[in-house]
Design a protein around this ligand. Structure first.
Ligand code: XMP
Length: 511
């Protein structure tokens, strides 16, 4: 069955992925494509509707990003958002002008609710405006359907051709009920059915993988993270024992994590799993290394070497499985090259693995969709909702050089912290939380004796994008319990501190 598709033409705006997600939340499959996609390609994809995103350019500038003019002759409904509306205006003969000052923030928008786009809305609505340019004159065949105090044409429609333009951003949460504008476009204007759901995606993907791979062999590097785990289980459902997973345990995982990963994949899913216990090898390479970037580089390179050695033992394979997800591959229309993240994201692609083709079953999914797929496949919740864990692992949470003793101290302290956070039910609100072994020793007193031992720092951050974040206001009683347990239960720790810096200026990790 072919999914109905909404094509999102990317003009470089900051909310482009969000638009795609919102459309998918309405159970309609959407894809973000560069603005200059060819008309043939659009025809091939046969979308039910097209959305032009916002973007930073002014459409009257030379070299402003423009789509193919023939797009307006396809008979497909179009919704232009912000720059998308201005571009549509410019290309169809209306006039775009520059205002004296920027209109920014949630703004009262007066709308004409007889338009299908605003069906069900009151006449005044609060939407996010963020623009300097505006549509001064709508193109022929269009009529004005919204305005604000400083923007005469905040929305426009060509009812017959099903072309719509909106100056505000319906995709952001600040636009009250903005999702309804998107729904109106999808269901009333494009006549979508809205039958795209993760369970059908999962079943279709397994079937597609079966057809594609058949009886041939695939290899997957399993890190225990969400993406590679979901990719591995999908593949295993499709090709069973023709999939081999290599799990390189660098010894820098959290307490018991290696065994947990092995248990899930070997016992629960009966996957052909090779676990390589390479702790000594990694620790040896890291001896005396204190520079964080050097640690990352060494671990990344060693990871690849170990993977390659194991892969060589297996010999030639047909497919290499990658856990690449959609945000990693979206190509911006403004010429930024697409970024392909390797599944273990510490090194890159192995150079010497003998494979013919890469298979990326999660290429079309956002992170939350990957999680839903994981649950659908029966992967345990604690793995599916695992907090992000850096590829170089605990190596970048031990400040200074790494030794086996330090690793044990950190694993124990970190496990107590995580246990108490979960017990207090805070794990759903804190997006990343962990312990750091600072390189600092200080004087303490235990019983009647003086101690001179390590300081553990606790870090807990609330964030959605991990680019910025605030430190989490964990209740004092919980911090107190964690601190007391750590100094009592973990040898060589006599002090616990809590990191109260946000990002920026600090980063989430300490190294
Ligand atoms: P920072 O410390 O830069 O971290 O605020 C942002 C997010 O990225 C993770 N992180 C890494 N992930 N390899 C990874 O795979 C790395 O080298 C690395 N360094 C930081 C970090 O855990 C946080 O989620």
């Amino acid at each position: 069955m072919k999914n109905e598709l909404i094509l999102i033409l990317d003009f470089g705006g900051q909310y482009n992925q969000l638009i795609a997600r919102r459309v998918r939340e309405c159970n309609v499959y959407s894809e973000v494509v560069p603005y200059n996609i060819s008309i043939e390609k659009i025809k091939e994809k046969n979308p039910k509707g097209i959305i032009f995103t916002g973007g930073p350019a002014g459409c009257y500038e030379d070299n402003s990003p423009r789509c193919s003019k023939e797009i307006f002759e396809l008979g497909i409904p179009i919704l232009g958002i912000c720059y998308g509306m201005q571009l549509m205006t410019d290309m169809l003969g209306g006039k775009v002008a520059q205002a004296d000052k920027r209109e920014y923030g949630t703004t009262d928008v007066q709308i004409n609710n007889t338009s299908p786009l605003f069906q069900g809305f009151d006449s005044t609505n609060c939407f996010l405006m963020s623009h300097t340019d505006y549509v001064q004159t709508v193109p022929e065949g269009f009529k004005n359907i919204a305005s604000t105090a400083s923007c005469p044409n905040a929305a426009m429609e060509n009812y017959t051709k099903k072309f719509y333009g909106i100056q505000f951003h319906p995709e952001v949460n600040n636009s009250v009920n903005g999702i309804q504008v998107i729904k109106n476009f999808l269901f009333s204007i494009c006549r979508c059915k809205g039958d795209w759901v993760i369970s059908s995606f999962t079943q279709e993907t397994i079937q597609k993988l079966k057809n594609k791979i058949g009886n041939r062999k695939a290899l997957c590097a399993l890190s225990g993270g969400v993406d590679s785990s979901v990719a591995a289980v999908l593949l295993s459902k499709a090709i069973g024992k023709n999939l081999t997973c290599i799990f390189v345990d660098h010894g820098l995982l959290r307490k018991n994590e290696g065994d947990e990963v092995e248990n899930i994949f070997r016992n629960q899913f009966d996957i052909n799993l090779i676990r390589v216990n390479a702790k000594n090898r990694f620790l040896q390479k890291l001896t005396g290394i204190t520079d964080p970037e050097k640690k990352r580089k060494i671990i990344g390179e060693e990871f690849i070497r170990v993977f390659e050695e194991e892969a060589k033992k297996i010999g030639a394979i047909d497919f290499l499985v990658q856990g690449t997800i959609y945000p990693d591959v979206i190509e911006s229309g403004l010429g930024k090259s697409s970024v392909i993240k390797s599944h273990h994201n510490v090194g890159g692609l192995p150079d010497y693995v003998d494979f013919k083709e890469i298979v990326e079953p999660l290429r079309d999914l956002f992170k939350d969709e990957v999680r839903k797929t994981g649950l659908e496949l029966g992967i345990p919740e604690n793995l599916v909702y695992r907090q992000p864990f850096p590829g170089p692992g605990l190596a970048i949470r031990i400040i200074g050089d790494i030794t086996e003793d330090k690793l044990t101290i950190l694993k124990d302290a970190d496990s107590i912290f995580r246990e108490e956070i979960a017990k207090a039910g805070l794990h759903k609100n804190i997006n990343q939380y962990f312990a750091v072994l600072t390189n600092l020793k200080s004087v303490g007193v235990m019983g009647d004796g003086r101690t001179y031992d390590y300081t553990i720092a606790l870090r807990a951050v609330e964030t959605t994008d991990f680019m910025t974040g605030v430190w989490s206001k964990i209740p004092y009683e919980i911090l107190e319990k964690v601190s007391s347990r750590i100094v009592n239960e973990v040898k060589h720790v006599n002090r616990v501190v809590y990191d109260i810096t946000s990002k920026p200026p600090a980063t989430i990790e300490w190294e």
